[in-house]
Design a protein around this ligand. Structure first.
Ligand code: AMP
Ligand code: P6P
Length: 338
């Protein structure tokens, strides 16, 4: 019986187009896939295995950690630390760089990841996800330091996310488009269900946390007001609004039917000295790589996110991404108001 292309097969076939590839990258991607399967299983069984609720600790962001945040982080590390493909890892849930234990060989790649993005939703059974980004470790580095992770988004060699929703999906780019896979629980394999995902250039749907409206800067306020004005306003069409508070779910919706997602910097963040809400290395950059590979755009408001030179491991940035024509319009509002 035809079961469709598995992700293992897909990744292996992609390797054939990479002349001189040793197979390390392929093996690394497969280890990441295994980690996402394990996290999916834990998330799906949440309350049944006592995995819901707070862990009673805070992460480097000062955010309360859920038990599943810590479990997911541990699972991601366990699946990826042993095989000798990585020089080090960095996670939203860990203050500093995670060094590969001395009993394991080291490899030539780095991973940054958010093991369970949107975890504030986990206790109310709303979709959450895992976000990952793969970088090359600078040559000759035995023990990577923070500075070795501070690479622009354009240096990523792969990025992806797992979405733990009504079905578990894995969306992946290695620089040749974006492909989506759905986990077949019966055989424990991801099957290619969404080949060559592309974002429609136009949209009538935007996503923003409207409770921050009084803090927004003028270009964002202008854009949202015009959307809300609908047919009678300057856009001459009605818009729909969404806010799931889970970036992975929002990005997946945009990949599937278009839209624009905004978490802009605002006056409240600036008063606290913050550059935004979302983290550059393991949220904004991987999602920007995926969105751009799908034909969309991803900016801070004024600049392309993937061009930013990171300054710290947990740096926060503004994020406006999605349908290209909409993102270009918003960028225009930011630059014309400068
Ligand atoms: P490797 O020698 O296995 O580390 O691969 C060298 C480079 O080839 C990687 O950094 C990727 O840019 C590319 N590559 C290797 N395998 C794959 C694959 N399965 N899919 C996409 N790109 C690959
Ligand atoms: P707010 C989840 O914590 C997250 O990092 C993103 O996944 C999500 O888009 C955003 O924060 C939600 O933020 O302020 O609406 O809770």
């Amino acid at each position: 019986m035809e079961h469709g292309t598995t992700i293992t097969q897909f990744i292996s076939e992609e390797q054939r187009h990479a002349s001189g590839a040793t197979g390390e990258f392929t093996a690394l991607l497969n280890d990441i896939v295994t980690a996402c399967k394990m996290i999916s299983n834990q998330v799906n069984h949440g309350a049944l295995v006592g995995a819901l609720g707070s862990a009673g600790s805070e992460n480097v962001q000062g955010e309360t950690q859920k038990k599943l945040d810590i479990l997911s982080n541990e699972m991601f590390i366990q699946c990826n630390e042993w095989a000798g493909h990585l020089a080090a890892m960095a996670s939203e849930e860990m203050d500093d760089v995670y060094q590969i234990p001395s009993e394991y060989p080291r490899g030539k790649y780095l991973i940054t990841f958010d093991p369970l993005d949107g975890s504030s939703n986990i206790d109310v059974n709303v979709s959450v996800g895992t976000i990952f980004s793969v970088l090359r470790c600078p040559g000759g580095i035995e023990r990577p330091a923070v500075r070795d992770f501070l690479q622009a988004g354009t240096q990523q060699v792969a990025a992806g996310y797992a979405l733990y929703g009504p079905s578990t999906m894995l969306v992946l780019t290695t620089g040749k488009g974006v492909n989506g896979f759905t986990l077949d629980q019966n055989i424990g394999e991801f099957i290619l269900t969404h080949p060559n995902m592309t974002i429609p250039a136009d949209t009538q749907e935007f996503a923003i946390n409207a409770s921050n409206m009084r803090f927004w800067e003028a270009p964002v306020k202008r854009y949202v007001d015009e959307c809300l004005a609908g047919k009678e306003g300057p856009r001459e069409k009605d818009f729909n609004m969404r806010w799931i508070a889970s970036m992975v779910a929002e990005v997946h919706r945009i990949l599937t039917r278009g839209g624009v997602f905004m978490y802009p910097v605002d006056s409240k963040m600036k008063d606290k000295g913050l550059g935004g809400k979302l983290r550059l290395l393991y949220e904004a950059n991987p999602m920007s790589y995926i969105v751009e590979q799908a034909g969309g755009g991803s900016i801070t408001g004024t600049h392309r996110i993937m061009d930013l030179q990171p300054e710290s491991l947990h740096q926060r940035v503004p994020v406006i991404l999605g349908s290209r024509n909409e993102v270009e319009r918003i960028q225009g509002y930011h630059t014309e108001d400068v």
